[in-house]
Design a protein around this ligand. Structure first.
Ligand code: PAF
Length: 282
């Protein structure tokens, strides 16, 4: 049975009644089969799964889609039940921010200003602030995050390490449509033409990964990825396409690496990434 709670008092009571380990999956709702995979991964590793559903205003810029972000609680609950979640915490905004915007936020540091942070100023301050609050409220042994939001996963790992938060962060591989498009709650904004055009993103990443597997160096991987992107739909506007080390640290890239991209498909911004293996440099 899945218990739905909306207040921190009811969450504390429900959390207190759980015996064994607890895994949390934090979401903004609009759940899809990528989330279901996260929930099932959590269910396999933890005795109990707590899901949070909260569209966090702190991580939306003034011109972003906070108001139109899909809110589908009934369908979300069905997915949580199917995946065996014990508790779903779906607070209203004032329940989490009773005094309005917090005075103290988590600072993601330099990495928070790059990639997603460059296009979305303040985004990771908002993400890390709510993630830390939700970790405090749910007190999990493990927290599961999708690799699709790779920079978010990296920053959450850094936060729990740097701030001594007692939780294990588990990354779960991206779930894709059969044609390669990464599942995202924002895919539902795409028109049929946009949906087809959006394939430029995974195709570029796959071309980069294939080039690496064929022995290309960092420059060759990026060139292959750009060439594939450029041969896709001209209606998709690239924001960034970068190859970095797996921790997103600056410096020369060699051995295991990550290829990350973001692009606009009309008004919809999509992100994606893949792991690539470069030949080690001697
Ligand atoms: O990845 C998301 O859905 C959000 O950024 C998260 C982690 C739930 C925080 O609001």
């Amino acid at each position: 049975m899945t218990e739905l709670v909306h207040t921190r008092a009811d969450l504390a009571a429900a959390r207190g009644g759980l015996t064994g380990t607890v895994g949390v999956v934090m979401t903004m709702g609009a759940l899809h089969s990528g989330h279901e995979t996260l929930l099932r991964a959590a269910r396999e590793q933890a005795d109990n799964v707590v899901v949070t559903i909260f569209v966090n205003p702190l991580q939306f810029g003034p011109d972003e889609d906070f108001d139109r972000y899909p809110r589908t609680l009934d369908e979300d609950l069905e997915i949580c039940r199917r995946a065996g979640a014990a508790v779903v915490f779906a607070p209203a905004v004032p329940e989490l921010y009773p005094q309005g915007q917090p005075r103290v936020w988590v600072n993601p540091g330099q990495l928070g200003e790059e990639l997603e942070g460059q296009s979305r100023p303040g985004f990771f301050h908002g993400v890390l602030t709510v993630v830390l609050k939700l970790l405090q409220l749910t007190r999990p042994d493990q927290a599961f995050f999708g690799e699709k939001d790779y920079q978010q996963l990296t920053l959450v790992r850094r936060m729990v390490r740097d701030l001594e938060v007692p939780v294990e962060i588990v990354g779960v591989p991206t779930v894709r449509e059969p044609d390669g498009l990464a599942l995202s709650s924002r895919n539902r904004y795409l028109s049929p033409d946009g949906r087809a055009a959006a394939l430029s993103l995974p195709e570029a990443l796959q071309a980069g990964a294939a080039a690496a597997a064929g022995g290309a160096d960092a420059g060759g991987v990026l060139a292959a990825a750009h060439a594939a992107f450029d041969s896709g739909s001209p209606s998709v506007e690239l924001d960034y396409l970068v190859l970095t080390d797996p921790e997103l640290e600056p410096g020369p890239v060699t051995g295991p690496a990550r290829l990350l991209a973001a692009a606009w498909v009309g008004p919809t911004r999509l992100i994606d990434n893949v792991s690539v293996q470069l030949a080690p440099r001697f």
